[in-house]
Ligand binder design. Sequence first.
Ligand code: PMP
Length: 419
Amino acid sequence: VGVGLPRVVGASLRVPVLGGERVEYANLDHAASAPCLEQVRDAVDELLPWYASVHRGAGFASQVSTRVYEQARDSVRRFLGARATDAVVFVRNSTDGLNLLARCLPRHTAVVLFDTDHHAALLPWRGPHVRRLRTPGSAAAAPLELDRALREAPVGPRLVVVTGASNVTGELWPVAELARVARRHGARVALDAAQLAPHRPVDLRELDVDYAVLSGHKLYAPFGAGALVGRSDWLQAAEPYLLGGGATARVTDRGDRLAVAWSGAPERHEAGTPNVVGAHALATACDVLGRHWEQVAAHERVLLERLRDGLRSVPGVEELALFGPDHDRVGVVSFTAGAQDPGYLAAALSAEHGIGVRDGAFCAHVAVARLAPGGRALRASVGLGTTAEHVDRFVAALRSLVTEGSRWEYERQDGRWVP
Ligand code: PMP
């Protein structure tokens, strides 16, 4: 573990803890946002002197930026195994990408999805033909449920929305099997790869998936850049929802009105000055991860096992699972700890031990309400910024908080626990 592994910035950050020296920060919240890769930071550094507006500028720096921006599309396309004809639209994040796709669906598209998805995949779809299926208790049952729903779906365009890996339980969804069922019923498939892409290779052609979204900030790049990738026809036909420069091929004054010819995809969905630095950072992260899957997967497998074994050894801890404890998952584990308040435990882990975890319902309220009593849980997630020491320290700290309690008093202020 650790050999040949891409390194992240801030790996040895030290943070203050109650009544003690600073300790090394243990970031066990990679599922929310992952730290930036050193190579990404270096790539951004290298680009900054060439900072210039793309496409419209004739200057040399503008040409460099334009080329970097367009090459970034190729990196993302390669990373996701997308088709040469697929559009790569740079967006802010996965939420933005899924909302954009929802705006581009042909009228009366029947949309089918599962109800435990992240809100970003659950909420953007509108209209009379949106069907939310109850997530079944086994992954094998999901394609059968989908098949049943699609048999009843109205004739016309259809879209199935599938999550790659749950942001609550880390469990992998049977994407290829669901896509096969969708295809049988003439439905397209959109993959929410936000949580899957940082952990496992995704190949849209192999999976036979039409669209995918991802977020740079979960993929070891900074915030503000993500991508929607996929079939260009619906994207090409849809009115842009951001109207302005960059999205227009020509605007003509017709006296009483303006005649606007929109650009083709992806430009028509990227109005305004684009985030070149963000796209380059995202693309660099894609390139680096794409070259290191074996090391990334091995690192994560070892840490995830260590984390789950450790959690099993803490009295009262129960892991959340959609499909059961043996189902394959990425490095994300949510759990409850008996009657202990998840918010209190998360606050104490941070304040006393310098450990960052997440508590609450993780923007997947339906899923957490179903899996955790009280609808709240704790989540620990590992990645390239995690070490075995972080995991061990977390398990020991949790055990001590659960079995012995804390020597500090906490009170609730504005919904948060503070010492
Ligand atoms: N889908 C999943 C599975 C996620 O984990 C997240 C982020 N928690 C999102 C979508 C939304 O990503 P973003 O907040 O970057 O838009």
